[in-house]
Write a protein that binds this ligand. Sequence first.
Ligand code: UD1
Ligand code: CA
Length: 442
Amino acid sequence: MNLSVILLAAGQGTRMKSSLPKVLHRICGQPMAQYALNTARHITDQKPVLVIGHGSEQVREVLGDQCDYVIQSPQLGTGHAVLQARDLLRARGGRVLVCYADMPLLTLDSFQRLIAQRDNTLAMLTVIAHDPRGFGRIARQPNGDVQAIVEDAQATPEQKMIRELNVGVYSFDAEFLWNELPKLPLSPKGEYYLTDLVAVAASQHKRVVAITTDDLDEAIGINTRVHLAECETVMRKRINRRWMEAGVTMIDPATTLIEPSAVLSADAVILPNTQIVGRTVIGGGTVIGPNTYIADSKIGSHCKIFSSVVEEATMEDHVEIGPYAHLRKGAHLANGVHLGNFGEVKNSYLGPDVKMGHFSYIGDAKIGANTNIGAGTITCNYDGEKKNETIVGDDVFIGSDTMLVAPITLGNRSRTGAGSVVTKNVPDDSLAVGVPARIRKK
Ligand code: UD1
Ligand code: CA
């Protein structure tokens, strides 16, 4: 059966007090609307439809072509928002799943439970909660049948006592939805409430069913920055739990952020205050942290990354860095490399077993296997106009405080003296000493 998904995201999100549209605020690094879009992709081949209004340009730019867009302007309520998708979706028939794009904690499982209710004109998700948080209340008839959703603003004191709340996901029979939506009355608040369709269906003796989730977190909709933080905490917990169940050790999950796009392997160990973000991959047996930030990087197995920053870099296996190492874009450390404190590497390949123990900068360089980079070594890669390359062979010994003025090549087994400023190429098996360095054949 045809299944369309509509996500509502046109509201202003006034209480966020932000120039950014609410649905673009990030949860674990992703715009909050992305979570509902991901779930939609799992349940139907149809492109989801996002109803946008406030900040629509920005929303389109960030979310791109993963969904179709319809504009709601002005914003006259959730019923009016869904109505804007009628022309696009009516001919498809089947079922229509509607949810709010500011609820990133809704689970695939709940979506699927609603979709399974195909024989009902309307199925919706509810939750039993002590704190009603301004949610719509589920009014039932004495026999238990769902009668209506009563919005908080309209609820009588008795209805306000109801603890079964409308989470905000619905599965509709398309024909019912598209026929009845245009007939919705204006609420006393001047909006067309999608939720009024429940009473419409009930009064027509259609089948209406409420599916209850016992995961209270699912109902965290984001209206304020406080809700944003609550949601972030829950999402982190969910992601961290999933990795722990997959064999990752986390010493302090509360201070560990793993973005949904990162992939970890069993027996990785994550120490406190660590963030692993973007498209990062972590190998097995690798120990990361404490106080470490890794973005968009590929880390092999049995590595150690201690209090360091790694961005768009590659570490092969058995590589150790830190404390206070900084790998920048294009750094590639081969098997067995050791980088000690205050080492910075950018756009460079360090061959197998290279050692760089203390405060050095290597940029735009290729370093051969087993080379030792002495404390304070700098590749002077920038001449004020362009970046120049440094090539260092295998088994080279670079003395402390050497300046390698690029473009420059150091041959295999060459050496530089402490404090030398090397401005000319050094052949294999040669020694460079002094300022500027003179070359001696060994
Ligand atoms: C809504 C429900 C309420 C439910 C609660 C759960 C209605 C009338 N009420 O209330 O029963 O308990 O969610 O979180 O649906 N939006 C538009 N266009 C509009 C108005 C809203 O696209 O004209 C979008 C918003 O961007 C938001 C979503 O719809 O993503 C929900 O709107 P919001 O105003 O937050 O509804 P609630 O008052 O929370
Ligand atoms: Ca809301």
